[in-house]
Design a protein around this ligand. Structure first.
Ligand SMILES: *[C@@H]1O[C@H](CO)[C@@H](O)[C@H](O)[C@H]1NC(C)=O
Ligand SMILES: *[C@@H]1O[C@H](CO)[C@@H](O)[C@H](O)[C@H]1NC(C)=O
Ligand SMILES: *[C@@H]1O[C@H](CO)[C@@H](O)[C@H](O)[C@H]1NC(C)=O
Ligand SMILES: CC(=O)N[C@H]1CO[C@H](CO)[C@@H](O)[C@@H]1O
Length: 379
């Protein structure tokens, strides 16, 4: 009895570590650094720290790391705040904003020992975040005299990477959700970022997004008349081969994360992407996904996270979203869901997603074998 139980538990441990061996980073989005600009062209800039925007609550990061054992936080910021419009996009930063952001990143990485995914939450646009995701000039649009150039984007990334080059626990996310722009330009901007980061002497993992809000389900399809991401994103060149693909995949009807019901199955919708990744010897991180507070969505989320664990092409995931400023608002998936910020309620005064979605569909999928040390990488 004892022996067979021991055997069983050894067998199941081996099984778990085998099937989960490739997931290195799992965790949560920390959103808030991009807040306070909607509908207010110019007026939300620069904004006030801890009033209009904030990056993390250190107390709740503690809960996620110490109790939930996740090792990845995706931390959003706004490029118009890092590089004020009066400076333009490039290597000159607002040192106050940078310091506030770096404090959050350093807390996650140096104090807590987790990995931080640096996320310029800009849809590959710069100069007017007032109606994200649609406002602002597309970076590198040569027909738009007010647009920042691809070269400037490379200089911006050179400087940001230079400042984090000695921190092994950062991951560089090139940009949040490019969309409605030539896919070839996304490739060019991504390549400029990679070149800038490596030129700065930073060797950490980079995540490169594609078109169509970097959706996994449309990776091999035309989105709004633009070529499929799969036509171009395999042409990226990283001299040290430490770049993965950044994927977002919501499970509701239109993949927006705005509905209660889950109707889009992750595994079949990601199948074409998975094949493409395998054929091109690439890896991916699903850095945004989510589902509502109901059994249907718990099933859909469990199915997708099990699929990611079972396919070596995927090395991580992060759910949307926790963050200091959500209050009772639902960043994903219907008013009764709420955010993943521990300690908050949902809009109906009931437990939020940290008390519902998390235990039902996230916690059971957190591998025991996550990467806990060393420079962020594909392995
Ligand atoms: C830099 O950021 C701080 C904090 O948000 C802000 O008070 C200051 O006005 C900003 N400076 C510029 C030039 O935008
Ligand atoms: C580029 O700029 C031109 C001129 O403003 C505009 O008509 C076009 O839609 C822009 N392209 C993209 C992809 O935004
Ligand atoms: C996958 O690719 C096939 C062949 O190109 C296509 O017919 C199908 O619609 C794609 N499936 C999804 C979910 O994108
Ligand atoms: C589904 C969802 O909520 N996605 C959001 C991710 O982040 C920003 C908020 O900062 C939104 O613009 C997206 O819609």
């Amino acid at each position: 009895m004892l022996l067979s139980r021991l055997f069983l538990s050894l067998a199941s441990t081996a099984c778990l570590s085998l099937s989960w061996a490739k997931l290195l980073y799992v965790g949560v989005n920390e959103s808030g650094g991009e807040f306070g600009v909607f509908g207010s062209k110019g007026q939300g800039l620069p904004g006030r720290f801890n009033v209009d925007y904030a990056f993390i609550n250190k107390d709740t990061v503690d809960i996620f790391v110490d109790q939930e054992k996740i090792n990845l936080f995706r931390v959003t910021f706004l490029m118009e705040r890092m590089c004020p419009l009066s400076f333009g996009l490039g290597a000159r930063f607002n040192e106050t904003y940078f310091k506030e952001y770096a404090d959050a990143i350093n807390y996650i990485t140096l104090t807590k020992g987790a990995y931080a995914l640096i996320d310029p939450h800009n849809y590959m646009r710069y100069n007017d975040p007032s109606s994200q995701p649609f406002s602002g000039s597309v970076i590198g649009n040569s027909s738009d005299p007010t647009a920042a150039t691809t070269l400037q984007f490379g200089e911006f990334w050179f400087e940001l990477a230079r400042r984090f080059a000695s921190n092994p626990r950062v991951i560089f996310g090139i940009n949040n959700e490019p969309h409605d722009m030539p896919t070839q330009l996304i490739l060019a901007n991504n390549q400029a970022a990679i070149d800038g980061i490596r030129l700065a002497g930073a060797f950490q993992l980079i995540l490169a997004p594609g078109n169509g809000f970097t959706g996994g389900h449309t990776w091999t399809q035309v989105t709004n008349g633009n070529a499929p991401s799969s036509d171009f994103l395999n042409k990226l060149r990283d001299p040290i081969k430490n770049t993965a693909i950044d994927i977002h995949e919501y499970l509701d009807i239109d993949f927006s994360g705005q509905h209660d019901a889950c109707e889009q199955p992750g595994p079949s919708n990601l199948a074409n992407l998975t094949t493409w990744l395998r054929q091109n010897h690439l890896k991916a991180v699903v850095s945004e996904f989510g589902g509502g507070n109901n059994q249907n969505c718990f099933n859909f989320m469990n199915d997708m996270l099990k699929y990611l664990a079972a396919n070596d092409e995927y090395i991580g995931w992060a759910i949307w979203a926790a963050g200091p400023f959500w209050g009772t608002f639902s960043p994903c998936c219907g008013a009764d869901t709420g955010s993943l910020e521990p300690g908050n309620m949902n809009d109906l005064g009931q437990p939020n997603a940290f008390q519902t979605v998390w235990p039902a569909a996230v916690r059971p999928n957190i591998p025991k074998t996550l990467k806990r040390s060393g420079i962020s990488s594909l392995h």
